[in-house]
Ligand binder design. Sequence first.
Ligand code: NDP
Length: 479
Amino acid sequence: MSTTTNGHSSVNGNGELRQRKPEAKPSVTDEGRKVDERLDKHETYEFGGPWGVTAMMVGFPILMYYLWICLWFYDGQLVFPTSFDDVQPFLTRMWAHVRDDAYPSAYAFKVYTGLIALQLTLAFVIPGYQQEGLPVPSLGYKTLMYNCNAIGCLYATLIISAALHYFHIFRLTDIIDNYGHLMSVAMIYGFAVSFGTYYFAVWRGEAIRMSGNFAYDVFMGAALNPRLGSVDLKMWAEVRIPWVIVFYLAVSGACKQYEEYGYVTPNMAFMVLATWLYLNACAKGEECIPQTWDMFHEKWGFMVIFWNFAGVPFTYVYSVVYMASHDPSKYRFSTPTYIALYATLLTAYYIFDTSMSQKSRFKMQTQGTFKFRKTFPQLPWGTIENPTFIQTAHGNRLLTSGWWTYARKPNYTADWVQSTTWGLVVGAASPIPYFYSVFFITVLVHRCGRDFERCAIKYGKDWERYCEVVKYRFIPGIY
Ligand code: NDP
């Protein structure tokens, strides 16, 4: 694709080169409307259909208990029955750990419910930046407004938690000390909210893209944009629950180390920094979330809800749990290794942050809703001044500038590298902290396949042209 002198160029559905102003509003064409209508109907089962999703709904909690037991009680090593005769005693031992150390205690209910109540209250009362979402086909291309106040809520949460800890009202070390109990409560919330919102959406007549199979529809969800007053529940839950807990687990681990040894290891400090960067990225760039596919396409079902309420918070930071319960000598590195680890994290974070904002802001520029928001930190190259793009016959545009020149999912690659550093931080001490990295690459490859399938239907020949212009999925020259 050639570019014009000012860097603006586009290729329309017929392959003609066009010059366009990025701020010009494209409208969805008649052809685009027909495709959108098709994409808003259930056509095929994903995730292995009803049996596949049922297996995941049963299997995820079991896997989470198993990994936690190995980490907490078996020195971070994966344990198995040693013989056929050992299967029964092995299962009995496993169950005893769940029953005795992970029962949903009243205290854990109080803590978890307290967090939900605090985050909901803050979401309602703290003023936010108003961002217009993308036109929603199922609402006749109406746009929804998003009250982006996650950053204010985050700073308020920091102040409140520091005060609670300082005045011994709620010690932050309690989070990691009650890991098993909190995880069980989080799972109960995950199931209750999934089923509750499913029935509510069906009752309100807000269900879309339904298959008619109960298990599958609970897993995929019924409503696309569930709201409680000014709060968009899907966006609220994506930022305010999982990443807040993940960050506080790291802080809790750091407090525990400090109380025990009088210092915090560079490894634990790394996890505090890594989880902070992720949480802060979601909060300071919240206005970029309405343009993501989780917001405009995925419904609010078990897959998203359970993972937000329980999966992310209680499987992504196993390294913190390991470090909080093991002697620092087990995961001590040389100075160059620490430098390499921190440098990898910061580089991956930079690409993740700027690639996400480049694409989201490009969509806002196209829609005419882009305003520069002053939150910290705003990194260089987060906005592309004169983006190149492919104008599709659907009406939408596909960005081909910035990080999006090199791959069709640069954000996934960078995000995955971050997840891998969250395991590398314990070196070879335990395999369990690598769960996030292994699980996440599986999710991203599968998600990428689902997304590209949808885009191929949505954009037809323009998608093929885009794939010719941007050849690689994750890593230029490799994949
Ligand atoms: P995606 O890349 O998944 O967004 C895909 C959508 O963006 C496509 O359906 C298409 O939608 C649009 N799109 C794709 N390519 C282009 C392009 N070149 N120009 C313009 N639009 C394009 O990312 P999201 O935006 O949904 O962001 C998700 C982020 O969240 C990722 O970084 C991911 O790593 C992270 N994530 C993290 C998880 C975790 O557990 N840590 C879990 C899941 C996601 P359309 O054209 O229809 O507008």
